[in-house]
Design a protein around this ligand. Structure first.
Ligand code: ADP
Length: 501
């Protein structure tokens, strides 16, 4: 009766003859126990010749030494899989996928079975994808795994990593040719400044991570920098391959685009700062212009009273008092504007709405008259006071009244401005109405835009500043057409503004 080993051996030879793979069995001392018929095709020797031969003799010293780590692993009872390259008897180098499966009997480990597949066809398929891809790929030898056990710093590992292959896209990206690049160390393409990124790759490999991605900077062959996204999937522990493929995505253009956008944004920010300064300067000029006009008028009036043959000193005094009042107002406006520009706080104080309207009338009456309009005040007794910045609120209402007077300046007939204050549920509503041309419906918001003006010498600042002031008080300002004609501006101010305090 055949021994089981013999029986198994016979069976294996028959079964394995039709498998397109080299299949063999070694004992624990690495002596050959069995090879299948494919060995004949590969080595040109009859299968029986191999039986009893030592693995070193079959594969040669170099190859045997290279396999030492895998032989140690299989002897420890682990299944081992790895890629290898070996010379066929026709002289060509062939890519092989090797798997060692440990064998044991009651006495323990007694050797292993080796399955060796030629991966040329797989490789071919892989390479056609690899080569045709628009993404650059590097295949590097995966000594990281070895280093996983032995440790080793990035500076030690990096010089030991070699390019096993690279695709067409990588040739173009790194400006190097495949034949020259294969076998080269990747350290030349990896600048010292990117070593920390390499460290993260090593850490990920050592931690047994599945995949890895990092944005880093590599170098082309000529030393010019290249911003890239590196991506790789680490071989799994059951699939111990000796190479690792890195996908390299060129970010240079993307980065250049991002930099261009950033420059543009900076320029825009700068331009808007300049515009804001311009706006501020224009608004100061606008707001101060009105008291300056009053100062000149009062000064001229005072001179006229003085130049009379009998100077009317009372009138001179009155004009000069008005002049001083206007000059103080101009300087207060500047202080307020400066506070506004530096986002300073409003100077809130109790303000009586009726008194506010009377102040405004005192400020504008002369100008309104000179523009040919009349101003009617409606000041019902409002019991509560507002908490507001008096000068800023004066500015807002003065603006509205002067705008109304200017809007009606050219027209014949009735020119009346009504300035009213009324109590609402949570605050005070101020209304400025005129009988001028009014505001077209599609312009009721636009009039508050900075620089929007329909006046030949207008600056389009008054309403935009007014809106800023009212909103800083927690209020709102709106414009609308008034029936049958004219414009109506409404300012709502809450008793307790919740905005800036
Ligand atoms: P400016 O005084 O330079 O015109 P404003 O911001 O004060 O700037 O006003 C912007 C524009 O709003 C004015 O040019 C005008 O077209 C319109 N406007 C403002 N008030 C009135 C009003 N009472 N009646 C008609 N149009 C007005």
């Amino acid at each position: 009766m055949a021994t089981p080993a013999h029986w198994v051996g016979m069976d294996l030879a028959e079964i394995t003859a039709s498998i397109p793979a080299l299949i063999c069995s070694y004992d624990a001392g690495h002596n050959c126990r069995f090879v299948n018929s494919q060995f004949e095709e590969w080595f040109g020797r009859a299968p029986d010749d191999f039986i009893g031969m030592h693995m070193r003799e079959i594969l040669g010293d170099d190859e045997y030494v290279r396999l030492t780590p895998f032989l140690a692993q299989v002897a420890a009872g682990e299944q081992v899989a790895f890629d290898a390259r070996s010379r066929h008897r026709d002289g060509t180098m062939r890519d092989l996928s090797v798997r060692y499966v440990p064998q044991s009997d009651d006495a323990g480990y007694n050797g292993f079975l080796a399955f060796i597949f030629e991966t040329a066809s797989h490789q071919h398929r892989f390479h056609s994808v690899f080569d045709g891809s628009p993404v650059a790929y590097w295949e590097i030898d995966y000594t990281l795994r070895k280093n996983r056990q032995v440790g080793g710093s990035v500076r030690e590992i990096l010089p030991s990593l070699r390019l096993v292959d690279l695709n067409r896209a990588a040739e173009l990206l790194f400006q190097m040719n495949r034949a020259d690049a294969i076998g080269c160390g990747i350290a030349d393409l990896w600048p010292a400044s990117s070593e920390p990124d390499f460290q993260t790759l090593v850490d990920a490999a050592r931690a047994g991570d599945e995949r890895f991605e990092v944005e880093t900077r590599l170098l082309r062959k000529d030393g010019t920098p290249l911003d890239v996204l590196l991506n790789c999937v680490f071989p799994q522990s059951s699939d111990i391959r000796s190479t690792i493929t890195l996908a390299i995505i060129d970010l240079t253009e993307r980065k250049a685009r991002a930099a261009a956008v950033e420059t543009l944004q900076n320029e825009l920010a700068h331009a808007s700062r300049v515009a804001m300064l311009g706006e501020l300067a224009a608004s100061i000029a606008h707001e101060v212009n009105q008291p300056l006009g009053a100062i000149v008028n009062n000064g001229s009036a005072a001179l006229r009273w003085l130049n009379r043959s009998e100077p009317a000193l009372d009138e001179v005094r009155q004009s000069l008092e008005l002049l001083v009042g206007e000059a103080n107002r101009a300087s207060e406006i500047i202080v307020r504007m400066r506070a506004l520009a530096s986002r300073g706080s409003l100077e809130r104080k109790p303000v009586d709405p009726a008194q506010l309207l009377r102040d405004v009338r005192a400020i504008v009456s002369q100008q309104v008259r000179s523009l040919g309009s009349s101003l009617a005040l409606e000041t019902p007794d409002i019991g509560r006071q507002l908490s507001a910045d008096r000068v800023q609120m004066q500015q807002v209402l003065v603006n509205l009244v002067i705008n109304a007077a200017q809007a009606m300046a050219g027209q014949a007939g009735h020119r009346e401005i009504r300035l009213q204050a009324a109590e609402a549920a949570d605050g005070v509503v101020f209304v400025v109405e005129d009988t001028g041309p009014g505001i077209p419906d599609d312009k009721v918001s636009t009039v508050f835009d900075a620089f929007y003006t329909t006046k030949a010498t207008g600056m389009g600042i008054g309403l935009s500043v007014s809106k800023t002031i009212v909103e800083a008080h927690g209020g709102a300002i709106t414009a609308e057409a008034r029936s049958p004609h004219g414009a109506r501006f409404t300012v709502r101010l809450p008793y307790a503004g919740d905005a800036d305090t």
